[in-house]
Design a protein around this ligand. Structure first.
Ligand code: GLC
Length: 766
């Protein structure tokens, strides 16, 4: 029985307005694979995730069939029924997203209120917020027996999100972040589904506190719900999981090619920056122990009393000279910046922001004060363009001292004096809004301001790392996963967490290697650097007061093993850089779960302890204490053990010996990979020579090269090399020539080396 009948519809260009008895629904056809579903519930419709007009000229048809409407593009069939019910099929009629017709039945926890209170008095968390009986709105969809879920950004737990519930409300909670945690620092409401092997995506572009229940409450349905906001979501089709991600990143943007050195190793610890001397000590040790390192991070102590955009003078004689010295050693300097501005009448940033009205206010008009590192602090209103511009200008202070990148932290925003009330006035561009609406995009807007500031001040590709993010932040910033701990479960979680971030558009991501909180052990640190060695952001970071975890502190063999893997990383940097060049065009992540490359293989839908790098490398780290052997599943194809060249057949699980210094690593047979030179740091000078390694007897490879620092590539200043080998016939052609070429290229096969030199505008074998 329907009480909200579908009455009429109108079409205006790519928009279909559907009138029901009591409501209106708008569908917008953006491409043949992306359709927006929108219902105005009185909110400002600015999207922070999507910039610019994403609509492409697309043919579509709308027909009325009995009581429902059918919208067809060449790739999607969308049926709209009474009660705003919507079913989505691919062009072959395979169901993708089907509205659930019955009512939700919240979990029966078999507890009454009195007993709930009783249990809570011992600290048990009995009822989570995500189990509310009803929400402001809910979108409930049918769940198939064979349906898996991926994406959602940085959520805890395992790769496949089925059977779990999550919330989108950026949260700073440094307790051990295990799979019962429903929310972390980022909100990326992008859900990828694989229903009976048919992929789809849904992006819910609503910044208010929202919820996903992915078959925890029921085996029959899953849902998305929100506390407020417009109903605003995108149906994303595509013939493969990869295509769904390409579509999603077409909509919300892709990570641009980073500066090359940002792929190098980075060392950090909360506490180093207490003095120039301490930082220099660390850096000197990196060099003394011949550990490649491209960046050192300065945490909050470099500031004067945690005042952002200041530098302490008691333990730094001259910050500029100090940074110059680090640059001479080939190190880049990243400084942390928090949003909280110290409430201090004599501090310029506070005065300026106050005078210009740039801080968020309580409903009574007073500037809102909470506490962060500097004590009483106020919060810049990043939803306003003027505030973002002001922040961007202030980045100049750091750039003028030589700082190479900015690490945006505490931007959920964090607050030590209780949660910021939802009614605090934050701006949504020019409109007054609330914390409730702007919370989840606070970090996004701060990162965007930082990106703009760095770009303007340096003309280089900005290197920003942010803790909080929203869908689309990947255009401006890299991310790390926040305050993990030196726990094996956190090492284990790194793989699915980075894989899901990658599938949610965040290709440039990493975790604190060794673990941030708690005390690491030599074995955990070793297994962590091995497991993380292909994670795009490669940073060891630890909390103040935890056991030191620099590569040398445990002596041998930890130091040598750590160095061995840093060397391996530097060999693979040109490959990672190539993957970023591709990613900037298709949005496909660097670090991938097996299911992304082999979606039809039923055995890889929830593999949590293996990952792939692009399509050619399979990594199977040991992530359990005391283990020296592990089973490795190899998907279809033939796989070469990187360490001993033994070939294995895929569709097969093998047992691999992996003593503490061994990371099980496999290369797909007939692969060519660039093999960079091990260096103490990435050089800004063009490379004269490149080696390519051939695994197997045949292969093709496209290699990208540019200056690794600025935007000259946008004007064509880059090279594309096509490398091919077929038995002993090798060939190198320059498909695009816009940058200084390698003078020499060597192809290294398992039993010979084939050398080429650049002569008369081409590569000739010598
Ligand atoms: C937060 C960050 C951490 C940083 C610390 C001090 O906990 O997540 O990385 O070291 O603040 O700034």
């Amino acid at each position: 029985m329907s009480d909200n009948n579908l009455e009429t519809y109108t079409i205006n260009q790519n928009q279909i307005k559907i009138s029901f008895t009591n409501s209106v629904l708008n569908l917008t056809v953006l491409t043949s694979e992306i359709v927006r579903i929108f219902q105005n519930r009185g909110e400002h419709t600015k999207s922070y995730a999507i910039e610019g007009n994403k609509a492409k000229e697309t043919n579509f048809e709308v027909t009325r069939i009995n009581k429902h409407l059918e919208l067809r593009t060449s790739k999607l069939i969308i049926k709209i029924y009474d009660n705003e019910k919507i079913d989505v099929y691919d062009e072959q009629g395979n169901p993708l997203i089907i509205d659930y017709q019955a009512a939700r039945v919240p979990l029966d926890r078999q507890i009454d209120e009195i007993h709930q209170k009783l249990a809570e008095s011992e600290g048990h968390d009995v009822a989570t917020r995500s189990e509310k009986n009803s929400h402001y709105y809910e979108i409930v969809k049918e769940l198939a027996d064979d349906e898996q879920f991926y994406g959602l950004g940085d959520k805890t737990g395992f790769l496949n999100k089925r059977h779990y519930a999550y919330e989108n409300w950026n949260t700073d909670n440094p307790e051990p972040q295990v799979e019962s945690f429903t929310r972390l620092y980022k909100s990326v409401p992008f859900l990828i589904g694989l229903k009976n092997n048919h992929p789809y995506g849904m992006f819910f572009d609503n910044t208010y506190h929202s919820y996903f229940d992915l078959g925890k409450e029921s085996d029959h349905y899953y849902y998305y719900a929100a506390d407020n906001g417009n109903l605003d979501y995108y149906i994303i089709g595509g013939s493969s999981l990869k295509r769904v991600i390409e579509n999603y990143t077409y909509l919300t943007g892709r990570t641009p090619i980073p500066q090359k050195w940002t792929l190098g190793y980075q060392q950090s610890r909360w506490g180093y920056s207490i003095s120039a001397k301490k930082v220099e000590e660390i850096v000197n040790k990196m060099r003394k122990y011949h550990l490649p390192c491209d960046a050192i991070h300065l945490d909050i102590d470099y500031m004067d009393g945690y005042r952002v955009f200041t530098w302490r003078t008691d333990s730094y004689d001259d910050p500029k000279k100090f940074i110059d010295k680090l640059h001479e050693l080939g190190l880049h300097v990243i400084t942390i910046i928090d949003p909280g501005v110290k409430k201090d009448e004599s501090y310029r940033i506070y005065q300026e922001g106050l005078q210009k009205g740039y801080f968020v206010k309580a409903p009574n008009g007073q500037v809102y004060v909470n506490k962060v590192w500097p004590g009483d602090a106020v919060y810049p209103d990043f939803g306003r363009d003027a505030v973002r511009k002001w922040w961007a200008e202030n980045c100049k202070f750091l750039v003028s001292l030589g700082v190479d990148g900015i690490w945006d932290d505490m931007n959920e925003p964090a607050s030590f004096n209780g949660e910021i009330p939802e009614n605090i006035i934050f701006s949504d561009e020019d409109e007054k809004s609330t914390h409730a609406k702007m919370h989840n995009v606070y970090g996004h807007n701060m990162a965007k301001a930082t990106y703009d500031g760095l770009k303007k001040a340096t003309s280089k590709r900005p290197f920003v790392i942010t803790r909080a993010a929203y869908a689309g932040t990947q255009k401006y910033s890299t991310v790390w996963t926040g305050d993990n701990q030196s726990l094996w479960v956190h090492l284990q979680m790194m793989i699915p967490q980075l894989c899901n971030l990658g599938m949610s558009g965040f290709s440039f991501a990493g975790t604190d290697i060794g673990g941030f909180g708690a005390d690491t052990t030599p074995e955990l640190l070793t297994r962590w650097i091995e497991a993380a060695i292909f994670s795009p952001l490669l940073r060891n970071h630890a909390a103040l007061g935890t056991r030191s975890q620099e590569p040398w502190v445990f002596g041998e063999p930890t130091l040598s093993t750590y160095r061995k893997y840093l060397h391996l990383r530097y060999h693979f940097i040109p490959y990672l850089y190539d993957l970023f060049a591709q990613e900037s065009k298709n949005g496909l992540p660097i670090m991938r779960p097996l299911v992304l490359n082999y979606p039809d293989d039923p055995l890889v839908k929830n593999i949590n302890d293996e990952y792939m790098v692009g399509t050619q490398i399979l990594v199977a780290p040991v992530v359990e204490e005391g283990k020296e052997y592990r089973a490795v599943y190899l998907p279809q194809g033939e796989w070469i053990d990187f360490w001993n060249n033994v070939t294995y057949n895929g569709n097969n699980t093998i047992l691999v010996n992996a003593p503490l210094d061994k990371l099980p690593l496999f290369i797909r047979k007939n692969t060519i990979l660039p093999w960079g030179k091990v260096k103490e740091h990435i050089s800004s000078k063009p490379d004269e020579k490149m080696i390519f390694r051939v695994f197997g007897k045949h292969g093709n490879y496209t290699h990208y090269q540019d200056n690794g620092t600025d935007f000259a590539y946008e004007n064509g200043e880059y090279n594309l090399y096509e490398i091919s080998i077929d038995g002993d016939k090798a060939n190198i052609t320059l498909r695009k020539h816009g940058y200084k070429t390698y003078r020499r290229i060597d192809l290294r096969t398992p039993n010979e080396e084939i050398n080429f030199v650049y002569r008369d505008q081409k590569y000739v074998q010598i």
